[in-house]
Design a protein around this ligand. Sequence first.
Ligand code: SF4
Length: 456
Amino acid sequence: MNPSHAKLAEAFNADEKRTDWHDQTLWFVRQKRDKAAHVLPEWEKLRQWASDIKDHTLSNLDVYLAEFEQKATANGVQVHWALDAADHNAIIHKIIRDQGLTRIVKSKSMLTEECHLNDYLQQSGIEVIDTDLGERIVQFRKEPPSHIVLPAIHLKKQDVSETFQEHLGTEAGNYDPQYLTQAARIHLREKFIQSELAITGVNFAVAETGGFVVCTNEGNADMGVHSAKIHIGCMGIEKIIPKAEHLGVFTRLLARSATGQPITTYTSHFHRPRPGQEMHIVIVDNGRTRQLGREDFRNSLKCIRCAACFNTCPVYRRSGGHSYHTAVAGPIGSILNPNLDMKANADLPFASTLCGSCTNVCPVKINIHEQLWKWRQVIAEEGLVAPSKKYSMKMMAFVLARPSLYRIAGSAGRWVMRNLSFLVKVKSLNPWYKQREMPDAPKESFRDWYKKNKEV
Ligand code: SF4
């Protein structure tokens, strides 16, 4: 069983300076997003179109996936269907094994993280090289990514320098980002040239053409695919969109929402294998149809993984991605992961203030904070909340339903705060006090104050 989000967040918060820096860095990205969005007068229209296109697609998923398969197959692409993570990993392993390969390159794909593909292949003796710079850094450190767009955002350049010194032999104490990036570039170039198979994610798959689009800022997906004989694209079933003309709506929203750029540096379109190359696409369900069937959570499948909800979330910014103990962290991860394993991820929907900022920035208009609140209800109904929370909430409901008992409890609470205030300052009894000052207890209740002052 994973330690809870609260425990992991506490460990992250132990380094206060790093927590402040993480918070401010992501807020900077959020502000860049705001500037990039506000220069487009049609921003809200784009969000609505994106949401409507996804709504329509989710209602006709079977039709568009079948159309995509037919077009992709006609283009010479080999299409595979995977029911779950185990299926996805086995399909990829078989393609690699059939070619007798022992080393592959992979560009960023949150689906392969969700399926734990790296661990699976490495246990089978296959070396996997993550080629996105942030992903390579966390791979060296044997850590999962902490953010879906900025996988190493929890690390400072000093951490990267130490990691590269250990794995790439760079100079000790040289923190110059250009020097470090150049070292990574030389290292990765050699891996690209040596590899015969490249795996990429899929940002959008177009039913009408059977092609798919991969968005990166480093060009590593293209570099891997163009050097390799075999390209495998891995996509969740929700990545499908009906027509090529819909792409413009999503590509305009994606990079602006993610990093505040007008567009990703590379928006690569793949349609068919080059002569002499093999192209495969693995289409994965892994619980998505179950989520589609959950009326309250269906909309979460509209997600285009821009991470705007991460960057704005006060809880994510101050607790770090690893505190979510899942591949996709942040507000959207807290909606998607209970669907995959409700018991193991029952803590995640509670890792939110429900302030609604995530919903405000989401480019496809997912009602994120409402879904988090709904998950809390489902999790409570399933009996998966901690007994301390369950019984204290029951007691609270009992008191709140009885006005005279509520008044007695209120005056008892004020008396304790005034006369035995040391009790509420015991941090193990009152975690709220850990990082806050308790206010002085008022002399009277609001009700008494109001009675006295209502004529004034
Ligand atoms: S839920 Fe919305 S804001 Fe969050 S990653 Fe997905 S698309 Fe972006």
